[in-house]
Unconditional design. Structure first.
Length: 235
């Protein structure tokens, strides 16, 4: 079943066009990779889908309802309750330990301290970083920080996870480890994922891939079909 839909999204920054009519669908529990060269509009698309940016034209539907037309307060509430967001870096609060960072979204949602800490420890365990639960970000490796950030994005059990170049600051091995764990956990939770990346290899972790070029969808299909040049049209 379709969970998230974009229809004819157009977005510019002043005179610079970033999206020039993007249409796509994300199914429940689907992992969708959005790839393409630098500057093709991947981040802008992710921000529009997550309700962070409003498109100039076109619409975003979440569960069949217009998302882009809702108020900022409404979209921000939706992001706290239904969506998780994971960026390239700089998301953990430096003064807090890993467990405190992961517990934070639950505390903000009104959960009690003990319940929030238990859930945080559980998520750190699932992402294989339980050993740094009481460590602050400054004393962790980049890979550990990103896995903690992933735990924080997932602790509220979102229906959609938006990940923008989550492995961009990691070496190949740490990147693969993060993606392996992130996609495994997302599948276990039936969480849909929009995974933006400029690295074609990352798309291998996805069910489906969309390649953007100059703000439009160039090709849609399975990663393997795209590499072989046999993909085309919408699935
Ligand atoms: N805040 C901004 N102000 C002005 N132009 C912007 C801004 N953000 C993005 N752009 C422009 O919009 C276009 C699309 O940018 P976007 O960041 O969405 O692409 P991207 O595919 O995510 O790029 P990258 O892979 O390099 O992160 C580019 O031409 C970019 O220069």
């Amino acid at each position: 079943m379709t969970l998230l839909q974009a229809r004819g999204l157009v977005r510019s920054y002043g005179p610079t066009p970033a999206l020039r009519g993007v249409t796509l669908e994300l199914a429940e529990a689907e992992i969708l990779a959005v790839t393409g060269p630098s500057g093709c509009g991947k981040s802008t698309l992710l921000h529009c889908l997550a309700g962070i940016l409003r498109p100039d034209a076109g619409e975003v539907l979440y569960g069949g309802q217009r998302l882009d037309a809702r108020s900022e307060a409404d979209r921000s509430r939706l992001r706290r309750t239904e969506f998780g967001v994971l960026f390239q870096f700089g998301q953990l609060v430096a003064e807090l330990t890993a467990a405190e960072n992961v517990a934070l979204p639950l505390l903000l949602a009104g959960k009690g301290r003990r319940e929030a800490r238990t859930a945080a420890l559980n998520w750190l365990e699932r992402l294989d970083v339980a050993d740094v639960a009481d460590v602050r970000p400054g004393a962790m490796s980049g890979g550990q920080q990103q896995r903690c950030a992933a735990a924080r994005a997932l602790v509220t059990e979102p229906r959609v996870l938006f990940a923008d170049e989550p492995t961009g600051a990691l070496d190949a091995l740490a990147g693969e480890r993060l993606l392996g764990q992130l996609t495994r956990v997302a599948r276990e939770q039936h969480t849909s994922v929009v995974l933006v990346t400029h690295e074609p290899a990352v798309a291998a972790y996805a069910d489906r891939e969309i390649v953007l070029r100059d703000g439009t969808v160039d090709v849609t299909g399975l990663g393997a079909d795209i590499s072989a040049g046999t993909a085309g049209g919408r699935r």
